[in-house]
Design a protein around this ligand. Structure first.
Ligand code: GLN
Length: 273
């Protein structure tokens, strides 16, 4: 098949034109501008078969990042597989907040709970090489992806296998961050996200179970003056602030995402000032 024919196959299948060009360009290792100038070029049979299959997967709702095998997050090209949530642009705002807090943290250390692809931990380590970064995840398969991403970028994060705080017994940090599963179990939104690991998206129930566990365990693992920064659902800010206050955190702040919705809440453990 020629490139032009394949792109018209993609259009008929209902695939976004840019996505189709990115998939073809990825397989051929060419830029989009090259594709446009060479769309009469014939693809091999194997290339055609593979691309038709990928375009059909895309049409069926597979995230583009899984088909390309990577996604950019905070300027880092990260490997992503169906074992990890695709990093979302709004989570970059959590990284920005973490970087702001680290500058004033009681100790230059950070823990990222439920790291998935390693996105948050690696972005922080990349921007602040002197910070000691630890990350945990309950999924061994996700940790393998995170570790591979660390190697790919030459970043040394300590990866620990286990649920939330479980692998961090006896350790304290100057900053803790997490983008845990927070979608409610009956949220209709999940229907469009069936290709991503369900356990990374929802703790089931009201969507707050993971956030509760993280807040509950935090005081044992934070240094005085350390902040806990959490991503959450657009309608969970009040609930998260209540959890933090009940556990003894102070100075809660909530920040909006790219759509202006309240998306991250943080508070300080034992304010020192
Ligand atoms: N923000 C994601 C979504 O709604 C959910 C991520 C998460 O649960 N941590 O698609």
């Amino acid at each position: 098949m020629r490139i032009a024919e394949l792109l018209s196959f993609a259009r008929q299948a209902g695939v976004d034109r840019l996505d189709a060009q990115l998939l073809v360009g990825h397989l051929l290792n060419r830029q989009r501008t090259w594709l446009l100038a060479h769309d009469d070029q014939a693809l091999t049979e194997a290339q055609t078969t593979q691309l038709r299959q990928q375009l059909q997967q895309r049409a069926a709702g597979w995230p583009l990042a899984y088909l390309l095998g990577e996604r950019e997050f905070c300027g880092l090209a990260l490997q992503v597989t169906p074992d990890v949530l695709v990093p979302r642009p709004e989570t970059e705002l959590l990284v920005e907040w973490a970087l702001e807090r680290l500058a004033a943290a009681p100790q230059d250390s950070l823990v990222d709970l439920g790291t998935g692809s390693g996105a948050i931990a690696l972005a922080v380590q990349h921007r602040r090489p002197a910070t000691a970064v630890t990350a945990s995840d309950a999924s061994a398969a996700a940790l393998r992806v995170a570790e591979a991403n660390g190697r790919r970028h030459g970043l040394s994060v300590e990866w620990l296998h286990g649920d939330w705080w479980a692998p961090l017994h006896g350790r304290r940090y100057g900053l803790a961050v997490s983008n845990p599963p927070y979608v409610a179990g009956d949220d209709p939104h999940l229907a469009a996200l069936t290709h991503e690991p369900r356990s990374a998206l929802t703790p089931e129930g009201d969507g707050l179970a993971a956030l509760r566990r993280i807040v509950e365990g935090a005081p044992e693992h934070l240094l005085p003056g350390a902040w806990l920064l959490l991503e959450h659902g657009h309608d969970q800010a009040d609930a998260v602030r209540t959890l933090l206050a009940a556990r003894g955190f102070a100075r809660a702040q909530t920040r909006p995402d790219l759509a202006g919705l309240p998306r991250c809440t943080g508070a300080v453990w034992h304010p020192v000032d």
